[in-house]
Design a protein around this ligand. Structure first.
Ligand code: BGC
Length: 811
């Protein structure tokens, strides 16, 4: 069943049934102030760091699901309802939730009152604006009561949900006119507070949760709303909240707007106080006045819309397939920007306290958004590089607030360094900005250890060369891309983490996946060296790559596919010799992407084996057969039930590696089939099974061995977004930025007649028409730029700031 529909012209997904199979959410905010908001107004807000600056409280894994958010209660006579249906759950006469590009509009109608709540974070603003538009659609005058409601979080989200012996005594607020200020700990070590305002005089307020809700009630029946009158409470400890109480009269046909602002303020040390114990509210009043009328809100919303118009104008597809167009032009790009902002920190599956920014994750995410925000991509690359060690290895994660490597999460994941080559070369190819290589970047966040960014890439490359195992393949370390294949861990203690516990000494476990990764991004390193005139360096590097190819040929081929790894004891992992886990996706992906076996048929053979053993109705599973018992020598991967997560789940992050591999050998139909299986817009009709949002990718879909194949989990924050975007735009549609031009090499289903793409690149706009009269998958027969035939399918950089027509004929 479908729970809504795409509105492509508005770039919105419109949900028309509030009881979606799981909360379907959106993200507000584009720089440092963020909100997660569900289709029933659930969710929370934070500033920069979802752990350390959580502004409003949220309870994960709650009963019922998604309880707590930004609620408006309307009391119309004896009927109490919310525009987003929850939490009161009064049956509405109509309901819709429009999730758009960084804004959400929740609209409900009941007994001739329509209430529309618009939520967004204006550009460059550390606050969320909410506009409630009430309209009397009936023929009699209405007198309504409206109560707003949010629950403050005491800043540190982890402490907030664990340290009650302290926290129940710390909460403090101030109320002035229509503004409620949350100032817990302001007088001590903090210089920040939050506020919640409304642009009209109020009849009352509440800031004490127990008084507002009632100790034994839920969000669905707060005492104050039932009584129709607030209590004007000031919270002292316990749980501070913010609720405004307003009375509104509406004549038939009349409409009124109320504007609420939820803001975050930091004051300089010498400007903290207005008078003893009273916070300086100057900056808050400034923000409130920036949005105190509907015109100002409209203007801010228009600015946000044009920001997104611009971001989404860089790559625009027009094909015969609407579902494809909406993925490529809207939702996949949008998800890439969200993963850029959030990394893996805050979603409805990531609690915002567990994970900071991943070294490998952030580098990979970059290939999904570098064309949209190249300057911010550059900054991100340099931030990441600064958490690398001098020997090329890296902190596995870092905290966004401090940008420093995070010791607590462990390290020694030997694939990490190579992803820096991917992100940096993608950045230079997009922008032509080689100067990034000369930037001085610290190692281990220590300025005294700064070296050029190029030397960071060199360190990445040589970290592999300097850490080879007995088969001359890369040592895997704690794990490679697959965090759960822990070949040196040998954990028998359920109370320790696979990620951080000490590894068994003397480990020589090797990864064929890293070997493929090294060949692929090692080649990128060589090309880069050549581009900047370091030909000796390029030659030496090439030798190491040739040695690696040799090692893969000798020890990485299992007869019908690529071996996955060698374990601690030197035994093959992902081989026909194994009883379970005979074949894994990662090494098939990276070896074929690197072109290994492309010439002698092994790449095709490996991909045929993927089709035969790993493919299923809902996507490609990670390994097969699934593990059915715990293998101490393999670690976490074998702790999952068969068909889930890294144990034979469809881990959507790695499916595009196979799609790209298929394009390398020219099989466009196979590549696009795999694409469609996991792209969310194609799954809208099976939402009951799929469960997560039909507009964004999930990290995992349960695989063929699972209890319920096809059921997705962990939507939004996943490398899936960037990789699928990269696969479809650069390898299937085939528009690849290169150092000195735009290479056009599509690999598409044979039956396609062609497609059109507008691509902005290095200041020019290319209108590209691809024609496929001979109905082939791959192979460019002719290329024309502005009516002139070109000798190759690389469009040179014109750089005249103009529009150009490109025509490509396949054949
Ligand atoms: C992590 C990635 C990892 C993947 C596969 C994700 O949860 O964020 O870094 O590559 O799992 O294990």
């Amino acid at each position: 069943m479908k729970y809504g529909h795409f509105d492509d012209a508005a770039r919105e997904y419109v949900i028309t049934e509030p009881k979606t199979p799981y909360p379907w959410i959106n993200y507000l905010g584009n720089h440092d102030f963020f909100t997660l908001i569900s289709n029933t107004s659930g969710g929370y807000t934070f500033y920069k760091d979802a752990k350390f600056r959580r502004l409003t409280r949220y309870r994960y894994n709650n009963v019922p699901i998604d309880n707590g958010g930004k609620y408006f209660y309307i009391k119309d006579g004896d009927t109490i309802w919310n525009p987003g249906w929850k939490p009161v759950k009064t049956k509405l006469d109509s309901y819709s939730c429009r999730h758009g590009m960084s804004y959400t509009i929740v609209r409900g109608e009941k007994n001739s009152i329509s209430a529309e709540a618009l939520y967004f974070v204006p550009l460059h603003c550390r606050g969320e604006v909410q506009r409630v538009r009430l309209k009397n659609t009936g023929s009699v005058k209405k007198s309504l009561k409206l109560f707003s409601f949010i629950e403050w979080c005491l800043w540190n989200a982890e402490d907030d949900m664990t340290n009650f012996q302290r926290n129940f005594s710390t909460g403090e607020v101030e109320v002035k006119d229509s503004v409620i200020f949350h100032k817990t700990e302001y007088k001590e070590r903090r210089n920040h507070f939050a506020f919640y305002s409304v642009n009209t005089p109020i009849k009352g307020f509440d800031t004490d949760r127990e008084a507002f809700i009632g100790l034994y009630n839920g969000f669905e029946n707060p005492d104050v709303v039932s009584d129709g009158k607030s209590k004007n409470t000031i919270a002292h400890g316990w749980s501070p909240v913010a609720s405004h109480y307003l009375e509104i009269e509406l004549n038939p046909g009349e409409e009124k707007d109320l504007i609420f602002v939820l803001g975050y303020i930091e004051n300089e040390d010498d400007k903290k106080w207005e008078s003893k114990g009273v916070i300086n509210k100057e900056k808050a009043y400034q923000m409130i006045s920036d949005f105190d009328s509907s015109e100002k809100v409209d203007r801010a919303l228009a600015e946000l819309r044009s920001y997104w118009d611009e971001l989404l104008s860089k790559y625009v597809l027009s094909s015969a397939d609407k579902k494809l167009d909406r993925m490529v032009n809207i939702w996949n790009q949008y998800q890439c920007m969200v993963t850029f902002n959030m990394s893996r920190s805050a979603s409805y599956f990531e609690s915002g306290i567990g994970r900071g920014m991943g070294f490998r994750d952030s580098n990979q995410d970059l290939i999904g958004f570098v064309h949209q925000v190249p300057d911010r991509a550059k900054e991100r690359i340099l931030d990441i590089a600064a958490t690398q060690f001098e020997n090329g290895s890296a902190y596995h994660q870092y905290q966004p607030l401090t940008k420093r490597g995070n010791d607590a999460i462990g390290g020694n994941f030997n694939d990490d360094p190579l992803w820096l080559i991917l992100s940096t070369t993608a950045y230079i190819k997009e922008t032509g900005d080689f100067s990034i290589l000369d930037e001085m970047v610290p190692f281990d966040n220590d300025e005294s250890k700064a070296k050029s960014h190029f030397e960071h890439l060199e360190a990445s490359f040589y970290h592999i060369v300097n850490n080879l195992g007995p088969h001359n393949l890369p040592l895997i370390g704690r794990a490679d891309w697959n965090d759960c294949l822990n070949l040196n861990c040998f954990s028998s203690n359920p109370n320790e983490s696979f990620q951080t516990t000490e590894n068994k000494k003397g480990g020589t476990a090797e990864s064929v996946m890293i070997a493929g990764l090294f060949v692929l991004y090692g080649n990128e390193f060589v090309t880069l060296c050549e581009k900047i005139g370091k030909s000796d360096e390029a030659k030496t590097a090439q030798k190491h790559i040739n040695d690696m190819i040799e090692a893969i040929n000798q020890h990485g081929w299992d007869g019908n596919w690529f071996v996955r790894a060698y374990d601690f004891f030197g035994k093959k992992v992902g081989s026909d010799e194994n009883e379970e886990g005979k074949i894994f996706i990662e090494s098939q992906g990276f070896c074929t992407m690197a072109g290994i076996g492309a010439e002698d048929g092994r790449a095709k053979q490996a991909l045929d084996s993927v089709k035969e053993r790993l493919d299923c109705e809902y996507g490609i599973v990670l390994n097969n057969p699934a593990f059915t018992k715990y293998y101490i020598e393999y670690g976490e991967i074998s702790t999952y039930p068969a068909g889930y997560k890294e144990n034979a789940g469809i881990f959507c992050h790695n499916n595009p590696w196979i799609m790209i591999g298929e394009t390398i050998i020219g099989r466009g139909d196979e590549a696009f089939n795999y694409y469609k299986k996991i792209a969310p817009s194609y799954l809208e009709d099976i939402s009951d099974l799929h469960r997560t949002e039909p507009y964004v990718y999930a990290q995992m879909i349960a695989g063929k061995d699972a209890f319920k194949p096809g059921e997705a989990k962990n939507s939004w924050l996943t490398g899936t977004a960037a990789w699928n975007y990269y696969a479809i735009t650069q390898y299937i549609l085939g528009i690849q930025p290169d150092y000195d031009g735009l290479v056009i090499e599509p690999c598409i289903p044979k039956k396609w007649d062609g497609f059109k793409i507008t691509r902005k690149f290095r200041g020019d706009t290319y209108h590209i028409t691809v024609k496929n009269p001979a109905h082939v998958s791959k192979g460019v027969k002719t290329t024309e730029l502005d009516g002139n035939a070109l000798a190759s399918n690389k469009i040179p950089i014109v750089e005249d700031g103009r529009e150009h027509e490109v025509t490509i004929v396949l054949g």
